[in-house]
Design a protein around this ligand. Sequence first.
Ligand code: GDP
Length: 318
Amino acid sequence: MSGGPKFLALCGGIGGAKLALGLDRVLAAGQFTVVANTGDDFIHLGLHVSPDIDTLLYTLAGLDDPAKGWGRRDETWTFMKAIEALGGESWFLLGDGDLATHVERTRRLAAGETLSMVTEAFRQRLGIASRILPMSDDAVRTRVRTDEGWLDFQHYFVRRRCEPRMEALEFTGAASARMAPAVAEALADPMLAAIIICPSNPYLSVDPILAVPEMRDALAARSVPALAVSPIIAGQAVKGPTAKVMAELGLEPSAATVARHYEGLIDGFMVDTRDADVEVPTGMRAFAAPTLMRSLEDRIDLARAVLAAGAELAGASR
Ligand code: GDP
C-alpha cells in the first residue's frame, strides 16, 4: 500500500474505464479508487448484472475485449446459443465467462453480502491494484422517458439501441440511497488529493452517481480540487449516444455544455486540444490535452495530464 496522495474517480463504463486504466497504471497500489455508476444495473434472467462495475473489473484486470469494445476477451457463447434455441430472452448478450460474474455476484448478494463486498472480493481475485466501489449499495435504477414511454435503462440502451427519442431521465431510488461506506471513507481520507470525473456520458453515467444526495453534497463541499474530462471532442461523442442524448435534451453537443453541466462541482475541466478555446463557467479552469484514447500510452498520457492539472489546481488554491 502506498502512503502517497490518493485520487478518487467517478466513472461509467467504456469511456470512463479507459481513463481509469491509465490512472491505475500511473498510480501505486492503494492510491486510486474508482467509483462506478450502478444506475445501469438490472436483474436479467434472475441474475444481478452490473455493467459498469464489470467493465471496470475486466478493463483493469486486462480481461476486456478491445476488439468488441465491451465484455471479456476470448469469450464463448454456448449459453447464449442454448437460451436462444429455447426461445429465451436473448437481446442482452451474456458470454459464458461474463455469465460466471453475474452468477457468482447474484449468489453472494443472496447470501447477504453487499454489492461493495462482492465487488471488493472480485477485485482481489482478479488481482486489480486499484479499488473499485459501487456508488451505493442501495438500488438506484436509471429510467428513460422516451417517445415510446418510460423504458428501463437496458431496454432503452441495449434492446432499443438508444433509438427512441429521449425526453427525460429518472434515477429511481437515488433520493433515499446512501453512498457506499467505502466511498464515504475515501472522500474523507486526509490523503485525498483530487477527485476526477472520467470522460463518461454526463447524463447516463455520471448523473446517476451525482443523484445520490451524499455524492453530490460531497462534491459540492469538496476540500480538494475536482476536475472532469470531456467525453465530447469537437462537438462529437467518441462513441455511443452522448451527442444524440444532448441534442434530444435540447442541449448543444459541445465540451462547453458539459463544463456547464458540472458547474459548482468541479474546479478544472480537461478538453481535447481541438477544443482548447472552450468557454467554461467562472471559477472553473480549462485545461487541454490530447484526450482521444486509442492506445494504452494514450490512456497513461491523459492520466498524467489529469494528475498534473489536479496538482496545478491544488497549488493555486494554497
Ligand atoms: P458506457 O456506460 O459504456 O456508455 O460508458 P461511459 O459513459 O463511461 O462512456 C461513454 C462516453 O465515453 C462517450 O460520451 C464517449 O464520447 C466517451 N469516450 C469514449 N472514448 C473516449 C476517449 O477516448 N476520449 C474521450 N475524451 N472520451 C471518450
